[in-house]
Design a protein around this ligand. Structure first.
Ligand code: GLN
Ligand code: ZN
Length: 777
């Protein structure tokens, strides 16, 4: 390996370990099997491994404190003493179990599910969890009060700096910036200006930075991704205040201010005016900002160029990257440039080399964190030594990109032709909702306040075991299918027995609502070891959409048919929508996301049409992740929502008017996207409302949402069985906001994470609530 003379930086690396060591250590610690010392030791080994790996690969600006036992936002909250009273902390060191109580609740029954993230168990609840910007990583939301005090409770960044130093590795500690920290927090109690807390927070950061400086740190990386968001005046002032403070307080510590996930945009001047020694910009998401930044930045600053994608898995076109940046940095002193990842590598898998079973044609097109480090080094060397010094690497990079561009595995003329043939008529139903509603009512003959569920029933240990042993080849497909059919039949019988109106088959055959479809569509690849952290100890292996998407054969029709054959009641067809499939995958970067989504939409459309042809009168298309895909900047929302809604319509409108299209969304904020929700024109939408006590239905009331709605009456994130009265109460609230003919009765979400012991009484109560409501009319 040769070292690049231009510094090469990763802004952070995955924490979980090549073989998910962190998860296994955590879970074994939580279950009481692993002593704390062993957990800490495992964490220490992981840090050492990633520092040495980076060093050995030629990374010269190696981060420390990017590691976290659970979450880096939680780390800061704990470090500055922002620990809500419920956790019983009374000053001093924060016990590890307090930290984990904030992460998972004190009973340790982390109950987070793909779609919603609060933890309502008994005992002390966990902090809320939400998406980290527009990634699929979730952070713990710090809670602040108006009179919040801050104090330095831990020296984690210092400890990890010294730990690396002991290994003879000089690191650049990473700390989440104070303004982003405050912006991401939740303010409890009366509304107050959270930025007013900044003057109290800065001395705590200052104390830490001083310790780092004394320990020998010359640079620190302070992350302020909030600089790519829409900021108001108070927030912008806060940014200025913070960095002025650090410049005066610790003048000889150099700050690399890291911005990522988008363009600085209207915060450009603000960022450029800050007294920091370095500025990192994301040139993958926002390549165009290089020109203005290089033109306007002070030449005594270091510019960190985020050139390698920390959000996606594709190998870069390195010669093209060099060509692209060349004009902008022509006048910039080379000794004031750093080559970096666009953002932390937290969001990509660790090492492609672990994927021994991946299609050999596909593999050279990919780069995970390890390969991306190599790419950074090549870029650094090309800039410092000239391209000829790395001619071979550049050539290989261009080759890989060219082979991908021309591969028949990527491009299907058939799919491309279908997408270009999409026309307006494929994007709406034949008649308006009111007319469809009466056709559907006549066909379906449902009672008022029809009851249904969202799709999945408990994925019991037996279901998981059967799937795993089938995957290992120990259980034949025939036996596996027989098992799944029995589960399905039991579920159908039981739903009939308790009197649900619209049944579901239970989704026992599905491992995951995206993976199940991806595995049957062409253009998708799946990995064996490419885990990325979703939150805490939960990791996911997102599908990789590498090529044009097509549906070679029906995906769900046989299961639906089987379920329907068992009963005279209606069974809903159950599909995942195109936007959700897109948002939960690694998406190819050689085609606009909107186009990829249209391809998926056409595949789902085919499935919808096939389900209808097989006799399904109701088909649900889940769009759990539609809202998640919203761009960070409000100004870009409309474009996204336009194509996202268009794709849902494309997927859903190929049916007759008497066929009822359902959709499901897992969240509770609709006010700002209600127009888009209405534009989807699903006949029925089910949403999560129980925890917000139907408040979110206000959006549907003011807006006069015209179609039918199932506001969730049963919080499936909790093991608690809701009483009949609780559900009738919620339904009364719903009736104050909607007309009766609109209302469906269903849980908040799918029941796959629950146990049958919880689901059975809860749904019996739900059906009873519906009966009481009908009786009272
Ligand atoms: N049909 C899916 C289920 O019931 C929907 C889940 C989701 O949207 N998160 O599990
Ligand atoms: Zn849901």
């Amino acid at each position: 390996m040769s070292i690049s003379k231009i510094p090469v930086a990763t802004l952070g690396v995955p924490r979980i370990g090549r073989r998910r060591e962190l998860k296994f250590a955590l879970e074994s610690y939580w279950s009481g099997k692993l002593p704390v010392a062993d957990l800490l030791d495992a964490a220490k080994k992981l840090r050492a491994a990633s520092w040495t790996e980076q060093r050995d690969r030629g990374v010269t600006k190696i981060p420390s404190n990017d590691f976290s036992l659970y979450d880096h936002v939680l780390d800061i909250a704990v470090m500055v003493g922002a620990i809500p009273e419920t956790y019983g902390w009374s000053g001093g060191d924060v016990a590890l179990d307090t930290y984990f109580a904030m992460a998972r609740g004190s009973h340790g029954t982390a109950d987070h599910q793909g779609c919603s993230h609060a933890n309502h168990g008994h005992g002390v609840p966990a902090l809320e969890m939400t998406k980290w910007f527009d990634t699929n990583y979730h952070y713990m939301v710090p809670e602040l009060s108006a009179n919040q005090a801050f104090t330095l409770t831990s020296t984690k960044p210092l400890d990890e700096f010294l730990e690396a130093k002991a290994l003879d590795i000089h690191t650049r500690p990473v700390i989440l910036g104070p303004v982003t920290f405050l912006k991401l927090a939740k303010c409890n109690g009366t509304t107050f200006d959270r930025m007013a807390l900044l003057p109290k927070l800065l001395p705590v950061y200052g104390a830490l930075l001083r310790k780092l400086k004394q320990a020998g740190a010359d640079w620190v990386q302070i992350d302020e991704p909030c600089l790519v968001l829409d900021l108001d005046r108070t927030e912008r002032n806060a940014v200025e205040l913070a960095y002025q403070h650090f410049a005066t307080d610790i003048p000889d510590l150099k700050i690399m201010l890291a911005t990522y996930f988008g363009a600085l945009g209207d915060n450009l001047d603000l960022a450029l005016g800050l007294p920091v020694a370095g500025l990192h910009i994301d040139l993958v998401r926002a390549p165009h900002q290089l020109e203005p930044v290089a033109r306007l930045a002070r030449h005594d600053q270091v510019l960190s160029l985020g050139l390698i994608d920390g959000r996606n898995v594709w190998r870069a076109d390195l010669p093209a990257v060099l060509d692209r940046i060349k004009p902008s940095i022509a006048g910039w002193p080379l000794n004031r440039i750093e080559i970096a990842s666009s953002c932390s590598f937290l969001h990509v898998p660790i090492d492609l080399e672990l994927e021994t079973a991946l299609d050999p044609d596909l593999k050279p097109w990919l780069a995970f964190a390890a390969q991306k480090m190599d790419e950074l080094v090549v870029l650094g060397r090309a800039l410092s030594e000239g391209r000829s010094a790395v001619a071979e690497e550049l050539h290989a990079s261009a080759e890989a990109v060219a082979s991908r561009a021309s591969s028949s595995k990527v491009h299907s003329p058939l799919v491309e032709g279908r997408v270009s043939a999409i026309d307006e008529s494929m994007m709406h139903r034949q008649v308006a909702f009111a007319e469809r509603q009466s056709q559907q009512a006549a066909k379906l003959g449902l009672p008022r306040f029809p009851t249904t569920t969202i799709g999945s029933f408990p994925q019991t240990p037996e279901v998981r075991k059967a799937r795993a042993s089938h995957a290992r080849g120990e259980l034949s497909y025939v036996d596996y299918e027989t098992f799944l059919k029995k589960e399905t039949e039991t579920a159908i019988r039981w739903q009939e027995e308790i009197g649900l109106d619209v049944l579901v088959h239970g989704e026992f055959e599905r491992n995951d609502m995206v993976q199940y479809f991806g595995e049957q569509l062409s253009g998708f690849a799946f990995t064996k070891h490419a885990w990325v952290q979703s939150y805490g100890s939960r990791y996911v292996r997102p599908p990789i959409i590498f090529g044009d998407v097509a549906r070679p054969h029906p995906m769900t029709v046989a299961w639906w048919q089987y379920a329907q054959s068992l009963t005279d009641k209606r069974v809903k067809g159950m599909l995942t929508g195109p936007v959700t499939i897109l948002n939960w995958s690694f998406v190819r970067d050689d085609l606009a996301r909107s186009q990829v989504c249209r391809q998926i939409a056409l595949a789902i459309r085919d499935e919808v049409v096939d389900l209808e042809a097989a006799g399904a009168a109701m088909i649900q298309i889940d769009e759990a992740a539609l809202r998640e895909g919203l761009p960070l900047r409000q100004s870009e929302w409309k474009t996204y929502l336009d194509w996202a809604v268009e794709c849902f319509r494309l997927a859903s409108t190929g049916v007759n008017d008497a066929t009822q299209i359902h959709t499901h969304m897992c969240y509770s904020e609709f006010n700002d996207i209600i127009d888009a929700i209405a534009a989807m024109d699903a006949d029925v939408i089910s949403i999560e409302t129980s925890r917000s006590k139907m408040e979110l239905l206000d959006a549907f009331k003011t807006y006069k949402y015209p179609n039918e709605i199932g506001p969730g009456v049963y919080d499936i994130h909790s093991p608690r069985v809701p009483k009949v009265a609780e559900m009738t109460e919620l339904l009364q609230l719903a009736r104050e906001r909607l007309v009766d003919a609109q209302i469906w009765i269903n849980p908040d979400c799918g029941l796959k994470t629950r146990k049958w012991e919880e689901v059975r009484p809860a749904l019996v109560n739900m059906v009873e609530a519906a009966r009481q409501l009908r009786a009272a009319m």
